[in-house]
Structures are given as structure tokens and as C-alpha cells.
Design a protein around this ligand. Structure first.
Ligand SMILES: *Cc1c(COP(=O)(O)O)cnc(C)c1O
Length: 343
């Protein structure tokens, strides 16, 4: 790893949020027990609260979104089975190949469309017939939001209906599903309904320091609990972390709309700078094309000012979250306007 950097305004990701004073107090006061024994009441409260809000039977608290997706893939697919997944999807591209390495599950990656969806015709074409030459196609995995883009309910209904009609189950990597429903103006249960399982990250825009919750039907979660233990994810007095998740559900869901508004404000402002072209964001993530003639000057200026963003796919990626509010966006834009005027 490189040297640790500190930022005045950190737009690199919504994972950089730090637990607030209120969240820390909830953590300190949490009632705990040994969760491997099933004795931690705060963990059970979080698991059931998430399951209930998504309209599912049961939930499982896991250490990370990566572990959550892996548990889900392993609970859905046996050895030698395969899942259909977007080429850009986190649970194909960004999880170290875990499903193949640890689950003996074959991914069938499919090119994502520019809007983040997987074309229905591509899904259909990728489903293998029942023939010993082929891995058995068992699962369709979608992601929402994906790269900050929101998949709409019409598409999700069509894709999951197609999968189901071919005998597949459906998993949603909903690391940022609360961002998706904030943008869609729907209850989270509506988005979750067509899926057998959904994974939700607490440590992104919801502002908790750690954790994801996987939800689904009871027998699926029971299988998942066994797999979580096998993966080393059985934890003990972990109610102190679940308490942060419960606090996040109570305090940090409704405010996601602010992050989306701030991302839009940032995009609109960046678009007024010569040489910058920002796509208007669906949610809290925006990508910016930078003209080559300003790229080096700009990155030096931003670095010196302590402003963090990431470089991804040849673009700048900026993510808004609860630690960079409207004031931070206005400060950054003001700084860039002055930089432009001084050039
Ligand atoms: C961040 C993320 C994950 C993984 O979460 P970690 O907690 O970082 O392992 C999974 N899926 C998506 C879409 C994500 O953005």
C-alpha cells in the first residue's frame, strides 16, 4: 500500500465515511452476546429489521459486501454450476474471483449495456441447455446501482421473469440498493421482491464502519450461515457493529437524497469548467472526462488542495456521501472556478 493520505474533502468513495458521534454511542451501548451461539440480540435485531424492510424471511449479518455476495453465490450454486453476471459487476470483476476460487462456481460474464443492464437477448443466449458438456446455469446476478447507474423496475421485472422462466434463481447485489430506490422513489421491498436474495452494504452511503446484510428465504439463509462460518465470518460479540447498522437504517437512509442532489450539483458545476465533461449522475456517483491539455495541471491542483477522487476507466470518479455535504461541493467548485480564472 502507498503512504496514507489525508484529504480535506474525500470524494474517493462512500466507503470513507466515518461513524458519527451518535453512531458511536449506539455502538458503545449495544447489548451483545456470542453470535456464533445465536446469542447476540443486536445482531438478530439488525438481521430481522433488514429482512423485514426488504420483505424477506430472514437475514444474515456478514463482514463485507464481498463476503455477502460469496455466501449468496455459494448458497445458490453447487460445485460446477454457473451464474450469469455482468462483465462490470462487482461479484464478477471486483471480488478476486472468489466464486470460482472458493465456491467452484463458474461465472458466465456478459457485457453490460451502457445503462448498466444486461441485454435480455444476451441473458437468454447465455443459458446453457441441459447437456453434460456445459456447466449448469443456476443463477442470474444483477447489481443496482451499478457504477452509480440505476436499473429501472421494468428492466428488472423483465430480466428476472426471463431468468425464472428458464428455471434460474435471482440474486441482487444491492450494495447501494437504498441509493437505487431513493432515485426510483420506490420502497426497498419493491426492488427486492423479484429476487431470491439481496445483499445490502452498511458501510457505503449508510455510513457504518463495517458490515453487510444478506436477506432471503429461511432455508437459504440457514445454508448461508453455515457457509459464512466456513469462510471465517462467524463472529462473536458483534452487536457493537450491528448497532452501527441499526443506527444507519434509522438515521442515514432518508438523507441519501441529499447525496444525489449534491452529486448533481457537483456535475453541473464541473460542466461549466472548460475541458471537463461530467455525465449527469443517477445517484451519488459521477464520472468526469478530462481534456488531456488540462489533466496534469488539474490533478496537481486538486491534490494540493486535499481533494480526493479516483481514476477509473480513464475518467475521474467522484462519489458524494454524508461526510462531503453541499458545503464541501460548493467549496470544491469555488476552488476550481478560481483555478480556471487564474490560468
Ligand atoms: C462495495 C461493493 C461491494 C463489496 O463490498 P465490500 O464491503 O467492499 O466487500 C459489492 N458490490 C458492490 C456493487 C459494491 O459497490
Amino acid at each position: 500500500m502507498g503512504q496514507m493520505k489525508t484529504y480535506k474533502f474525500d470524494f474517493r468513495s462512500d466507503t470513507v465515511t466515518r461513524p458519527s458521534a451518535g453512531m458511536r454511542q449506539a455502538m458503545a451501548e449495544a447489548e451483545v452476546g456470542d453470535d456464533v451461539f445465536g446469542d447476540d440480540p443486536t445482531v438478530r435485531r439488525l438481521e430481522m429489521a433488514m429482512a423485514k424492510s426488504l420483505g424477506k424471511e430472514d437475514g444474515l449479518f456478514v463482514t463485507s459486501g464481498t463476503q455477502s455476495n460469496l455466501v449468496a453465490l455459494m448458497a445458490h450454486c453447487g460445485r460446477g454450476e454457473e451464474y450469469l453476471v455482468g462483465q462490470q459487476a462487482h461479484c464478477y470483476r471486483w471480488e478476486g474471483g472468489g466464486a470460482a476460487v472458493l465456491g467452484s462456481i463458474q461465472p458466465q460474464p456478459i457485457e453490460n449495456q451502457p445503462d448498466g443492464s444486461i441485454a435480455l437477448s444476451d441473458i437468454k443466449a447465455a443459458i446453457k441447455p441441459d447437456d453434460p458438456h456445459f456447466a449448469m446455469t443456476s443463477l442470474l446476478a444483477l447489481e443496482n446501482t451499478i457504477g452509480g447507474k440505476v436499473l429501472g423496475m421494468d428492466y428488472i421485472t423483465a430480466a428476472t421473469s426471463l431468468a425464472r422462466s428458464e428455471g434460474l434463481r435471482c440474486h441482487l447485489d444491492g450494495a447501494r440498493a437504498f441509493n437505487a430506490v431513493t432515485a426510483l422513489g420506490l420502497p426497498i421491498s419493491t426492488l427486492a421482491d423479484p429476487f431470491d436474495s439481496v445483499s445490502i452494504c452498511l458501510s457505503k452511503g449508510l455510513g457504518a464502519p463495517i458490515g453487510s446484510v444478506l436477506v432471503g428465504e429461511g432455508a437459504f439463509i440457514a445454508r448461508g450461515r453455515r457457509i459464512r462460518k466456513m469462510l471465517g465470518g462467524g463472529l462473536r460479540q458483534v452487536g457493537i457493529l450491528a448497532a452501527a447498522g441499526l443506527y444507519a437504517l434509522e438515521h442515514n437512509v432518508d438523507r441519501l437524497a441529499e447525496d444525489h442532489a449534491n452529486a448533481r450539483l457537483l456535475a453541473e458545476g464541473l460542466n461549466t469548467i472548460d475541458g471537463l465533461t461530467a455525465g449527469l449522475p443517477d445517484s451519488n456517483i459521477l464520472f468526469v472526462d478530462v481534456a488531456p491539455e488540462i489533466a496534469s495541471d488539474l490533478s496537481t491542483h486538486l491534490a494540493e488542495a486535499g481533494i480526493g477522487y479516483t481514476e477509473l476507466y480513464g475518467k475521474q470518479r467522484w462519489v458524494t456521501h454524508l461526510d462531503v455535504g453541499r458545503e464541501a461541493v460548493e467549496t470544491v467548485l469555488d476552488l476550481l472556478f478560481r483555478w480556471q480564472a487564474g490560468r
